[in-house]
Design a protein around this ligand. Structure first.
Ligand SMILES: Cc1ncc(COP(=O)(O)O)c(C=O)c1O
Length: 512
């Protein structure tokens, strides 16, 4: 076990250490240059847009800035300092080479309004990425425009609605989307935003979609079914082909929530399971971190009969091998994002796939599944920790553990376990999700954790279980070794109680 104690700096704000006139290094002779650029910019701007006062910025040296942010980072947690098994978020280590690719001048200095003839390389990259993602998911066409998984869902569900409007012409009558009770919350939210009534499908005692419930719910009102496979408890929906048949026979379409492709990429494809639409979170499986607040990319893939409804512009390749934007899709749902999506995320995804190749991608999935099963096997045996549902079914990229038994015996809850884990230098797993598992810990180790690191994680949980039985208050008061102790969960998340800017801070100090 690694001894862990998080740094605890009493760090002032940069504004508080600001000294008038202090700057970072100066380049000899650059002053003249800067003044002349500033002068010509000033003459180009309308006078009403010019500042009358200089901006209020902290005046500090370069070293002060470096130390300030280094200290703040030491009081934080990241995948660079320890295991980050945040279930459903795929907080894996993303190779730096993919960041370097996104930072290349030719990519990072592009302007979205540039003429297509001047950014052929970028268009080729996006076009090729679309082809690769179509291949990985078993779809015929892909858009890279949506900026998040939830926006991908919204786009995909809009496409389903357009299909029923234009092709089956049953849009009015088909106003229901079927969604399992274990689904990610964004699924019913996206369906409702597009105007669908959500019909909740209960899970079977095995934690899978209940086939009888699908049969009972599917009918002339069904626009489609939204499903995650492997599902939210980490188990593969083995009856997926039968489920797809029931929905298609009823005239509906199948939507695959592919936010987490880590378990299946290179192994099996939603298109081959019978799905018609899929979104992928490139900011999970494809080398941009999720959970950092963005930016993301929720690419959407569709089967051929749905291609005409995808957002515009589409990227096309001419017979001569050049690339262009095409807007001429009269039945497109329109734009869902400015320009062509978050380009930097797309470059990372391209670089990731290019560097791994098809064998590498398959190995990612195999290792992600192996790691999740290793954790499920060992954690499921810790006193107070149980593996709910389908005990014998292998887990895919993640496993959900319940500590309900621990709570009953010792009073220690999933929240307490999560907080105490921080004291071992491990980020907490997702907790209390999915809702169908009481006192849930949703653990996604990802393929990038070594067996040694997984063993540290497992032994930390063993230690917590021991403490819960012997000195429960030690767990209930946690964390003890972090920069800040137990936070008030409500106040920490409520914008009214947070001071979000220096200006707010100054105003609050004056009001006091
Ligand atoms: C299964 C699933 N679907 C959808 C989403 C939504 O993705 P995003 O957070 O990018 O909107 C997530 C995010 O964690 C997810 O795990």
């Amino acid at each position: 076990m690694i001894g862990y104690r998080q740094a605890k700096w009493k760090e002032p704000l940069l504004f508080e250490v600001s000294v008038p006139g202090r700057t970072s290094y100066k380049l000899r002779g650059a002053d003249k240059e800067i003044k002349s650029v500033a002068g010509s910019l000033k003459s180009m701007l309308p006078s009403e847009m010019l500042r009358t006062q200089p901006p209020s910025l902290p005046e500090v040296s370069e070293l002060q800035v470096i130390r300030h942010f280094t200290r703040l980072s030491q009081m934080n947690f990241s995948v660079s300092s320890g295991t980050y098994p945040l279930g459903s978020c795929t907080m894996k280590y993303n190779p730096v080479v993919n960041d370097l690719a996104a930072g290349l001048n030719g990519f990072s200095w592009l302007h979205p309004l540039q003429d297509a003839s001047t950014c052929q390389g970028a268009l080729e990259l996006m076009w090729e990425l679309e082809q690769w993602l179509a291949e990985i998911t078993g779809m015929d066409a892909v858009t890279l425009q949506p900026a998040a998984g939830a926006q991908g869902e919204y786009t995909g569900v809009m496409v389903i609605r357009e299909y029923h409007k234009c092709i089956t012409q049953e849009c009015e009558q088909r106003n229901e989307l079927l969604i399992p009770d274990s689904a990610h919350g964004t699924n019913p939210a996206s369906a409702a935003m597009v105007g669908y009534k959500v019909v909740v499908l209960p899970s079977s005692p095995d934690g899978l979609v209940d086939i009888d419930a699908v049969k009972a719910a599917a009918g002339p009102k069904t626009a489609g079914l939204m499903l995650t496979n492997p599902n939210t408890i980490g188990v593969f929906e083995k009856d997926i082909e039968e489920t797809a048949g029931i929905i298609h026979d009823a005239g509906g379409l199948l939507y695959y929530d592919g936010a987490n492709l880590n378990a299946i990429m290179g192994i099996t494809r939603p298109g081959d399971m019978g799905f018609d639409v899929v979104h992928m979170n490139l900011h999970k499986s494809f080398s941009t971190p999720h959970g950092g607040g963005g930016p993301g990319a929720g690419a959407v893939g569709v089967k051929e009969m749905l291609e005409e409804f995808l957002p515009v512009p589409r990227i096309t390749r001419t017979d001569e091998g050049t690339f262009d934007f095409k807007y001429d899709f009269p039945r497109s749902i329109g734009r869902v994002h400015g320009f062509y999506g978050n380009f930097g995320v797309l470059v990372r995804a391209y670089s990731y796939l290019y560097s791994l190749g098809s064998e590498g991608i398959r190995n990612v999935a195999k290792n992600a599944v192996l790691n999740a099963n290793y954790v499920a096997h060992h954690v499921g045996q810790i006193p107070g920790f149980t593996l709910p549902f389908s005990k014998d079914a292998p887990r895919m990229h993640e496993c959900v553990i319940s500590v309900e038994e621990l709570k009953e015996k010792t009073g220690v809850t999933a929240m307490n376990v999560a907080k105490r884990l921080l004291d071992f230098g491990v980020h907490a797993p997702t907790i209390y999700f999915p809702l169908i598992v009481p006192e849930a810990l949703m653990i996604e180790p990802t393929e990038t954790e070594s067996k040694q690191d997984l063993d540290i994680f497992i032994s930390a949980l063993k230690q917590i279980s021991k403490e819960a039985h012997e000195t429960p208050e030690r767990v209930m008061d946690a964390p003890h070794m972090t920069a800040v102790g137990r936070l008030d969960e409500y106040r920490a998340a409520h914008p009214r109680t947070l001071t979000l800017s220096w200006r707010m801070f100054q105003k609050q100090s004056k009001d006091k």
